[in-house]
Design a protein. Structure first.
Length: 316
């Protein structure tokens, strides 16, 4: 009897062990992710094959992306999009009316150079050349200021560089310099005038012009402000202040008389209405440069002084 009960207990003990083992196996299978791949030999080799195919031999697949970004980030060339250095430079001679009496003057005439790559100009190399084959006139001094380079030459040396200039002549002068190691030449025209009135008066008239401000805004037609012409030089007392007018680039526009003009110390200042001054320009657009002429009578002689202004506007 005891033997029967012992066998019966052993039977149920083994049955419970089998049920527990089956339950654990079921739980392990139920916790497996439905996305887990079957780890068969074929599927285990597939990811390695794909990786090798996507990558160049001997390099990780991600190595090429940072190199492409680095190359794109350094895409700005040194030419600024306009070819050789200084390809868009312009020259303005101030004043562009030269007097035959300058041979006795201690004053200066200046060359105003505008454009890009100004910092690449060798300022010590700037010279002025009058007649073809003539001796270059070195600048007394030259400076880079803001968006232009200005070089100064003795008036006596400048007029002497021309080939027998006579009143009424229009002659070409050249300003030459080195930029980024290369030689560059710019040309401009000047008009020759001489003494007026048959020997009276004594003293000479040598004047220069500066327009303030020299940036004119497209909003000026609605402005009540003023723009001024600042005139300096020798012979200021000989200027007829009532004769001062402003002439723009619109040939159909009448000369604009100054609202008022005063002689104070070493300069003359003439005021013009901004709205009226802007109307003397020929279809001005932001970014353009226009030549402004101030016409006046000095010692009985009509004299023209010129300067350049830049047109600006919204977003410029």
């Amino acid at each position: 009897m005891l033997d029967f009960h012992a066998r019966y207990q052993h039977f149920w003990f083994f049955a419970l062990l089998l049920i527990a083992a089956a339950f654990c196996a079921a739980c392990s299978e139920s916790h497996r992710s439905p996305t887990d791949p079957e780890l068969t030999p074929a599927s285990a080799a597939a990811p390695m094959s794909a990786t090798k195919a996507a990558s160049p031999a001997g390099a990780p697949a991600t190595a090429s992306a940072p190199l492409a970004v680095a190359k794109n980030g350094n895409g700005h060339g040194g030419g600024g999009g306009h070819g050789k250095p200084g390809g868009d430079l312009t020259l303005a001679i101030q004043p562009d009316v030269w007097n035959t009496n300058w041979s006795h003057s201690q004053g200066t005439v200046s060359a105003l150079i505008d454009g890009s790559d100004l910092d690449k100009i060798d300022l010590s190399s700037i010279v002025l050349i009058g007649k073809t084959g003539g001796t270059p006139v070195p600048a007394q001094r030259a400076q880079l200021a803001g968006n232009h380079v200005r070089a100064f030459f003795l008036q006596s040396a400048a007029i002497a560089s021309l080939d027998h200039p006579k009143s009424g002549d229009v002659v070409q002068v050249t300003v030459q310099f080195t930029i980024a190691g290369a030689s560059k030449s710019l040309t401009g025209q000047v008009r020759i005038v001489g003494p007026g009135g048959g020997g009276g008066g004594g003293g000479e008239v040598h004047l220069t012009l500066q327009i303030q401000p020299d940036s004119w805004n497209t909003n000026w037609p609605h402005s009540s402000g003023t723009v001024t012409a600042l005139i300096r030089g020798d012979g200021l007392s000989k200027v007829d202040l009532k004769s001062i007018v402003l002439i723009g680039t619109d040939h159909a526009a009448a000369p604009l008389p100054a609202q008022r003009a005063t002689l104070t110390g070493n300069h003359i200042r003439a005021w013009f209405a901004m709205s009226d001054a802007f109307k003397t320009l020929d279809t001005p657009k932001p970014g353009e440069r226009h030549k402004i002429t101030i016409e006046l009578m000095a010692d009985g002689v009509k004299t023209d002084l010129t300067a350049q202004i830049r047109v600006v506007g919204p977003g410029h």
